[in-house]
Design a protein around this ligand. Structure first.
Ligand SMILES: Cc1ncc(COP(=O)(O)O)c(C=O)c1O
Length: 369
């Protein structure tokens, strides 16, 4: 098949889950974080693989994602990691979604939205340093008692989230862990028991073994990226997505010709310019203009001129021999060369999460083994 595609390697996904499992204690369970269409990697392709590999919890961002998973036949535990939103709370009971609860108001509304006789499993979410959602550690026990008094809610977990766990040996991360630990201790001293105790994202999993508890919540590392770039090469993680397209057209131009909108590139000498059918409409950020390379048959070529919505141009020189129809790799491997999402992210000052989730719905996700 030609055109632009995101090829999703199921073997890489299985490999990455294996790497994560070898990093955590055998009794610690894995909650696969599958929000935002599995960070752009395709929920319909990735979730069945994770389920077949025995993942028994899934983490999603909101109830719509949870409902989508339930409707696709997923019977495993689904935890909504974002806060319950007024107007959407009935969906937790309806689709057997578990909630992150941060305060009494949220808990009361969730209970009110749940029919008598039904029950919603909740995780007390404690803010140890993200200042996003979550209860203050000092309020946790009181809040647990309050939730316990609501017949529609069942406490099954206690959780928190790191702000800087991608930075190894970070004192703030340690501080957060200490706060979570003391909160957990106070809760258990008060008689509370939890099926799931969880804090570790990918950073916690790889950089802070003390944070593993009974459940870990990997996202990025499942999709093949170590949260700490300097550890990527030795991690054993394999990027799951290859972003590829095919050469659409090759044209010879003389020196001094301006290429694309805004005339931001001029040919230096006579050269061949190829077009590739991929642009910012596919998620290839326009800010990558004149900063991006693609790989064709193991050779790297510069993308030149402003990135268009649907196309980019590359300067082939005169001796490449590249023909229309040839495969061009934007993220992935070609011959001896490799481009990963970290390289693209560094070029424009972002993170691999954004590069991958940005690949738009227009790009077909093609499963590969
Ligand atoms: C609450 C929560 N847990 C876990 C994760 C997964 O994090 P990562 O992709 O860094 O592993 C996220 C993602 O942002 C999250 O919001």
């Amino acid at each position: 098949m030609g055109g632009t595609q995101a090829v999703i390697s199921r073997a890489a996904l299985r490999n990455n889950l294996g790497v994560i499992r070898r990093t955590i204690p055998p009794t610690t369970r894995v909650m696969g974080v599958v929000k935002a269409n599995c960070y752009g990697h395709s929920t319909p392709i990735c979730v069945p693989v994770l389920r077949d590999e025995g993942i028994d919890l899934f983490g999603v961002a909101n109830v719509a994602e949870g409902e989508q998973l339930r409707q696709s036949g997923i019977d495993e535990t689904i935890v909504v990691l974002g806060p319950p939103i007024p107007g959407m709370m009935h969906a937790y009971g309806q689709h057997r979604l578990e909630a992150f609860v941060s305060n009494a108001r949220m808990a009361a509304q969730l209970a009110e939205s749940t029919p008598v006789g039904a029950s919603v499993n909740v995780h007390l979410f404690v803010d140890t340093g993200m200042a996003r959602n979550g209860a203050r550690p000092d309020d946790a026990v009181e809040l647990l008692r309050f939730i316990n008094g609501l017949p529609q809610l069942t406490i099954v977990g206690i959780a928190s989230h790191f702000a800087t766990s991608d930075e190894p040996e970070n004192t703030f991360t340690r501080q957060q862990l200490g706060l979570f630990d003391s909160t957990l201790r106070r809760a258990t001293d008060a008689g509370f028991r939890f099926r799931d105790v969880h804090m570790a994202n990918s950073g916690g999993i790889f950089n802070l073994p003390d944070s593993h508890y009974s459940v870990v919540r990997p996202g990025l590392s499942l999709y093949g990226y170590h949260p700490t770039e300097s550890r990527q090469a030795s991690s054993g993680l394999i990027p799951v997505m290859e972003l590829r397209t095919h050469v659409a057209n090759v044209t010879r131009f003389p020196a001094g010709v301006s290429v694309s909108y805004g005339r931001r590139y001029f040919t230096q000498q006579e050269t061949e310019i190829a077009t590739l059918p991929i642009g910012y409409g596919d998620g290839l950020m326009r800010t990558l203009t004149n900063k991006l390379n693609v790989l064709i048959a193991g050779t790297s070529f510069p993308v030149v001129g402003t990135i268009c919505m649907d196309e980019v141009m590359i300067d082939l020189g005169l001796s490449s021999g590249v023909q229309p129809g040839e495969k061009a790799v934007l993220i992935g491997t070609s011959g001896e060369r490799q481009i990963d999402a970290y390289q693209l992210a560094n070029t424009v000052g972002t993170i691999p999460y954004e590069i991958c989730t940005n690949i738009s719905a227009r790009v077909p996700r093609i499963p590969a083994d």
